[in-house]
Structures are given as C-alpha cells and as structure tokens.
Design a protein around this ligand. Sequence first.
Ligand SMILES: Cc1ncc(COP(=O)(O)O)c(C=O)c1O
Length: 417
Amino acid sequence: MGYDFDTSAVHAGREDFLELGVHTAPLDLSSTYPIPDLEEGTASLEALAHGAADAPQKIYSRLNQPTVARFEGALAKLEGAEHAVAYASGMAALTAVLLALRVRHPEDARPHVLALRPIYGGSDHLLDHGLTGCEVEWVQANEIARKVRPETRLIIAETPANPTLKWLDLEQLVADAQGTPVLVDSTFATPVLQTPIAHGVTLVLHSATKFLGGHGDVLAGIVATSDEEWAAALRHVRVITGACMHPMAAYLCLRSLPTLPLRVRRATETATELADFLAEQPAVSAVHYPKADHPLLGSQMLGRGSLISFELAGGYEAAAAVMKAVKLCVPAVSLGSTDTLIQHPAGLTHHVVPEEQRVAAGITAGMIRLSVGLESFEDLRRDLSQALALAATTAPAAAPEQPSAAAPQAPNSRVES
Ligand SMILES: Cc1ncc(COP(=O)(O)O)c(C=O)c1O
C-alpha cells in the first residue's frame, strides 16, 4: 500500500524497525568490519568496489555503510526514485556526477555537458573550472533543443534557481534534451514541493546540508535516480574518490526527514507573507518570489518555497547595511535551516562566478537572499523593517549599481520569478 507523502516522510527508512526492535535509526560508526570468510570478503569487495549497492559481507565504510544506505533508501522513496547515492557534500555529489560521465563514457576525451545559469555559485565554479575534464557549454533554456548534440552526455539545471528563484519547466527541459540525461538540482524545492523524476528527469541532486538536514548541523549531498547504471557509476565514483557521507550526518538527516514537510510548508507560508511585506518597502526596488499564479504551481511545484531574493534601491551599500543591521535573521550563507538566514549572493554564494556572468544571470550588487525559517512572521517582519530603516539612513540615497549591473528596478516593482 502506498502512503501519502507526509506519512512516507515519517516512516521512510524505518521499515525494519519492528524486526530490529528499535525506535530510532541504528547509528553504525564502524569504519571497518570483521571479514572471517576471505572468499566471501573478496567477492563482496569486488562487487562493492564496482558500484554494487550491497554485498553479503560488509568490508569498509567507504565501500558501503548501513546508516548512510538507510538514508539513501528513505530519500529515494521520497523522490519516487529506485536509488539514491549520498556524498560528503552537495559539491561532492555534483563532482561525482561529472566524474561518473568518465566511468560511463570512457571513450570520450571530454564528455560534453550543457549547463544553465543561474546555478549555485559553487556549482558554477566547478562546471567552469574544467577540473573534472568535461567540456561544459553554458546555454539558455530556450537554446537546449538547438545546442544538444548526439554526443552530449548530460544537461545540468537548477530549479528553483539560486538565487533568482526562477522556475524551469522540467517537462519542456526533458523534451528539449531529446533523450540526453537531465540532472536537476532540486535543493530549493525538496521532494515536498517537487519530484523531478516524475517529470522525466534522470538525476535529482540535493545539497542535504540544506532542508534535508534542516538544522544547520550537517554537510552532505545526495543524488536520486531510477537508472541502475547511473546509480552503479555514482557508487563506483564514491568508492574511488572517498567523498562519503558520514554516518552521523546520515543519522541526523534521517532524524530530520519526518519534519521536512512541516518545516517546508510553515517556512513557505511565512515567506509568502514576507514577500508581500518586502514589496511594499520603499528601500526595496524588486522582490523575486514565484508568482501565486505561476503556470507550474500545482503541477510541477506544489508551493512557492521559503526562499526570497530582493534588491535594495541603495545597491551594494544598502545591502551590506541590511546584513549588518539584522538582529534576528542570521547573516550567513546556506539555507533551509530552522532559523532565517540572510546573505548577499554577489559577495558570498555567487562571488566565484565571473562578474559579467553573474550580472547577466540577474545577480545584482543590491541583491539579498533570504532563507525564511520557522520564526513567526511578525518577528521577522519587525527585524527586517528595522534593518531596512537603518539601511536607508546609512546608505547613499541613490547609490549607483555596479557599473555593468542590469538597470535598477523602479521602487516597489515586484519582479516575480
Ligand atoms: C542549490 C545548491 N546546490 C548545491 C550546493 C552545494 O552543497 P554543499 O554546500 O552541501 O556542498 C548548494 C550550497 O549552497 C546549493 O545552494
């Protein structure tokens, strides 16, 4: 019998608890395991080292790890996927996907990848760097059908996009890909709001550091897929590179999954109110938050999410002043935590992106990104209100945008994503 999503969030990864006689996930911190039968040990090592999910004999926690495997099973279930492979961080997960192209296509000198901006700054950095040996071509969503080649191995996109919160139509993306596998970074959505595999996407990536961990105490990443060959290649790369998720991180994620739907929905409600509040502030020139009548709302995305980006009329100085003036919101990168985090994409999360590309992607010097947490709307409103008022007194009245920035928005304009 299939359960509703909220029920699955509570019970995924607990299927054998009754049999085990436990009520919380067993946390196995072993790095190595006794191997009394050498023959069985060798056969198990052979299988695990080449990407098997499991084997009769546990060998070493870089090869497979029971607490991590339990989290992988739970997340796969919530994404509607057959498999999930977890890593030490979201960046380790994306690196593993790119390296898996070399495992899957050893004949390619430089596997061809199409990627869409904006995307998390660290992902942009990795894709642009050339470190993984892939040939990455940056494209707009409407260019994919034209730019995809028979030898293109992967298309990489992020929706909702960090930090502009623009949504991509996944079914359109998959149609334009014409059979090329699509990877979607769904970190901002979580499986509460979006399950890309149901729309034909091959690989779904999460920085589990964010909503899945949910409390700011975990660094982890995970890739979900229903493609067995991809899953095996991803595990194979993990064995080779050793970018493993720590079992304590897996335990904490398992502890956090049951409250994921509640956290995401509550933060979304507050974000919706805050987006309306921000749009009325004279110091705010633009608010980026998905529209209430967005065509993908209800079909692809089941909610507008808890991230808001907004632009200050006073540009960089005003944004820096707001970061300094907040008392309740925490001025810090990351997102999806219980507390509200406020940060400056151009100066922090997307600083590594070349300025020209950053500005072309709509990331201006006056932009602030807010990850709304679980505090009350009223307290957050008061905090932002005093910070904006203070910023208005410290920032030059009409500070110029950075030279190459897009034209400033008229005050109060509501730029919706
Ligand atoms: C959308 C998105 N994807 C991936 C990452 C990278 O994840 P991690 O920091 O866990 O390596 C981040 C980090 O901020 C992110 O925001």
